[in-house]
Design a protein around this ligand. Structure first.
Ligand code: ADP
Ligand code: ADP
Ligand code: ZN
Ligand code: ZN
Length: 752
């Protein structure tokens, strides 16, 4: 492959809905793919380009190695030429165990350890001595986890009672164990626990191995005193759990939880490592700082021996600041990052890499970013390009699309009405193009003037999770509330962590996968399939169960899957259409039964839009209409739900709620994956849910959605420790004139 070729060349691409698409993508430039959801962007970028790049890469390995790699079938296209190695930076969360942190995943922690091993005082050893993943550095008490099993003792004592009145209430202690505290002779048995001194309380909870004479029957017996917590731990935690009866295990389980390790206080490191400091801070304290604060300290390091390490650290930390993650700390576990944050962390990892001439592929990198932070993302995309890489982005946000060197608009619509390239060119050309994107990119929705009045309120009281400090706020009922604010300001802490705990009846409509079985599809998910089967049964005078993939009516060769998976030991596994049913999934005799001229298999091939023409039954039509209303009319009834994107999953869930009443719904960034032309659509669905008596709470950055709220709660003023407050509550019109709100500034900008 010649790296000086200027274009990636694709001819005759036909994956999914693509209609023989041919295009050229300039190398070492930023190319952005846009178009309505379902138009075919992912089919080009992920299913064709990224898949082929990965497949070509795997071809370089021996058969033996390839057997251990994921299998990539050749994409359906005439030619795909001149690819580079592909790195897909998607929103899949950075799972990982608790040993995976922001610092480890960005390779910043190893450098920080090296720095401590060079200039930390007192000097204690090599860089491994600062690693909680290494036996030399880890806290021996918790094995580097930072947490340990401990007792949840809140309910063990009644502070308003004395020992004689039965203040010790540990549920799993025997009566004699509970009364042993009063008979120890160490306490004033008539004193209320709330009047105990600190020393007395300490003795009651943690005292150990003191001899005393216990009253037994009429006489006394020598016994060894153990405080309540100490006793509980020895009996139930510091021993092999399997030696306890199942009943005891169940009884103590509610009182045992992971708590910060008492030895390292959660820092995960050995005492020696924790005593070593730079500028008065140990490595755990540095890792707990927000990135922006840590950067300031690192930039202040002047020792010549540390110069190159400090420079590396400074560069990587600056990348994190640039991409709007300055509010995170290095010790943050990656499993707690949101999808958008995960994607940005991955981006930083690549910025620090020395690879060039790589194809970086991004899936909607603006997710989770407030308009304030989008320019930072744009700068990073530019940096990747300027290092000599090809940057390919699927994106809907006009502010990101603006920075593209080249734009590809896919359409004109979704599904079978899409699959074509409808525009290629620059941003200036796009705004004059007669495509959905071209028409919508210059419009923005007006600010809602007549806000609905609340029918009641749902209060959040004294929220203290993460960066929230005693936040109390009222969320109006019966209206559309948008919770907004820059990334890291505390929106999800407030809504997902606190509000949902205080109001557990609220229904969350998120982007997680729908459907539990591989056979789920839009028809089964919405319940339409049951009605369809009954209609077929009634028309033909046979049993409804014949028309299910899971029944005797299914093709026996493929068990109703329509395809056969063949695993070949040393070659790529292959998926071939079932030759018995030819992909139709049912037995021939079942396919002979028709309803209005179509077999059950024909019906499953219909899109939602087509099936609205086909079905006359009211309850089927209502369910289909709901799918169409959320912008999913291009899905076929039989398409496996596993092929849906996160945004599509969220909207199909929304559709199934449309006919319900008087609930509270929480949506996290529902515009994800949605083209600008679909936003007014989404808004009308949310408005419909509100009009039928529901309360909608939406976490969003999209300005069109903010403008159409009845009520806005703006978190801020900034991210991390600089956030965590409600900076504005009110209507969109009031927000326009608010001071001290970053969102307000951007709203004014969009309205200018
Ligand atoms: P976009 O990325 O523009 O939202 P996609 O490329 O994901 O669109 O989808 C284009 C069309 O192909 C849609 O109709 C979608 O439902 C369909 N599709 C996507 N993936 C699959 C698949 N694995 N199997 C069948 N149809 C698919
Ligand atoms: P937003 O939703 O506005 O982007 P979040 O509520 O996710 O903000 O985050 C607010 C603050 O709380 C940030 O500083 C973030 O790093 C921190 N935070 C969020 N989740 C966790 C967690 N699981 N553990 C520790 N800190 C967290
Ligand atoms: Zn520890
Ligand atoms: Zn078959």
């Amino acid at each position: 492959m010649d790296r000086f070729q200027e274009y990636i060349e694709i001819r005759g691409a036909r994956e999914n809905n693509l209609k023989n698409v041919s295009l050229r993508i300039p190398k070492r430039k930023i190319t952005i793919f846009t178009g309505v959801s379902g138009s075919g962007k992912s089919s080009i970028v992920f299913d064709t380009i990224a898949t082929e790049a990965q497949r070509q890469l795997n071809e370089n390995f021996s058969m033996f190695i390839r057997n251990f790699l994921p299998k990539y079938a050749q994409p359906n296209a005439d030619a795909i030429e001149n690819l580079s190695m592909a790195i897909v930076v998607d929103q899949r969360r950075l799972g990982g165990n608790s040993h995976s942190t922001m610092g480890t995943i960005t390779d910043i922690s190893p450098v920080l350890r090296l720095l401590f091993s060079r200039i930390g005082e007192p000097h204690i050893g090599g860089s491994n001595a600062f690693s909680f993943n290494d036996p030399q550095g880890m806290c021996i008490e918790c094995n580097g986890l930072g947490r340990k099993m401990g007792v949840l003792a809140d309910t063990f004592l009644d502070m308003d009672k004395s020992l004689n009145e039965g203040a010790v209430q540990v549920p799993v202690f025997a009566t004699w164990e509970k009364s042993s505290y009063a008979s120890s002779g160490f306490f004033d048995n008539d004193k209320k626990l709330s009047d105990f001194t600190e020393e007395e309380m300490d003795l009651l909870l943690y005292g150990k191995n003191m001899k005393f004479k216990m009253q037994v029957g009429g006489g006394t017996m020598n016994a060894s005193y153990l405080g309540i917590i100490e006793k509980f731990e020895r009996s139930y935690i510091k021993r092999d759990i399997k030696t306890l009866s199942e009943r005891t295990q169940k009884a103590v389980a509610p009182y045992i939880a992971l708590k910060p390790c008492p030895a390292c206080k959660g820092a995960r490191l050995s005492q020696a490592a924790l005593s070593c400091k730079i500028k008065g801070k140990n490595i755990a304290e540095m890792s707990a700082l927000e990135v922006s604060e840590l950067l300031a300290i690192i930039n202040d390091i002047k020792e010549p021996v540390a110069a190159s390490m400090a420079a590396t650290l400074s560069e990587r930390l600056q990348h994190l600041v640039d991409i709007g993650l300055d509010y995170l700390s290095l010790d943050r576990e990656t499993s707690t990052l949101s999808g958008g944050e995960s994607q940005r962390v991955k981006m930083v990892k690549h910025l620090s890499s020395s690879l060039i001439d790589v194809m970086y592929i991004f899936d909607e990198p603006s997710v989770g970013l407030h308009p304030r932070d989008v320019h930072r993302l744009n700068e990073l995309l530019g940096k990747l390009r300027d290092k000599g890489n090809t940057v390919i982005v699927v994106e809907h946000d006009p502010d990101v699309i603006k920075v593209a060197d080249h734009i590809v608009d896919v359409g004109p619509h979704a599904g079978s009405n899409g699959g074509n390239i409808v525009f290629e060119g620059t941003f200036d050309e796009l705004i004059h193009a007669d495509t959905l994107t071209g028409r919508h990119i210059k419009q923005s929705l007006p600010i809602k003037e007549n806000s609905r009045k609340a029918s009641g309120k749902l209060s959040v009281l004294k929220a203290n999770v993460n960066n929230l400090h005693n936040v109390s706020v009222d969320i109006p009922e019966g209206v559309l509330t948008v919770v907004t604010g820059v990334a890291g300001s505390g929106k999800s802490s407030l809504i997902n962590h606190v509000f949902l705990k205080q109001h557990p009846k609220a229904v969350v409509i998120d982007q997680s996968a729908v459907g539990t079985s591989t056979r789920s599809n839009p028809a089964t998910y919405t319940g339409v399939m049951d009605d369809v089967r009954k209609a077929f049964a009634k028309e033909n005078g046979v049993s409804a169960s014949l028309f299910s993939f899971n029944s005797q009516g299914a093709c026996e060769n493929c068990q109703g899957l329509g395809v056969i998976y063949t695993d070949l030991a040393f070659l790529d596994g292959i998926k071939t259409p079932c030759e018995v049913c030819e992909g139709k999934r049912f037995k021939e005799e079942v396919l002979a039964y028709k309803l209005d001229g179509k077999s059950i298999s024909d019906v499953l091939e219909l899109t939602v839009l087509q099936s609205l023409d086909y079905f006359k039954q009211k309850d089927i039509r209502n369910k289909l209409q709901a799918m169409s209303d959320v912008g999913l009319d291009y899905l076929t009834l039989g398409q496996p739900l596993s092929t849906l994107s996160g945004g599509e999953c969220q909207r199909i869930k929304l559709a199934s709620e449309l006919h319900k009443k008087s609930g509270v719904y929480v949506l996290d960034e529902p515009t994800t994956g949605l083209h600008m032309s679909d936003i007014s659509h989404l808004l009308s669905i949310m408005n419909r849910l509100v009009d039928s008596g529901n309360t909608m709470i939406v976490i969003e950055h999209n300005l069109d959605v903010i403008k159409n709220a009845d009520w806005i709660i703006d978190m801020g003023p900034d991210g991390g420790t600089k956030g965590g407050k409600v900076v504005f509550e009110g209507t969109p019109v009031e927000l326009l004139n608010a001071t001290g709100s970053i969102t307000s500034q951007y709203l004014r900008g969009a309205n200018a």
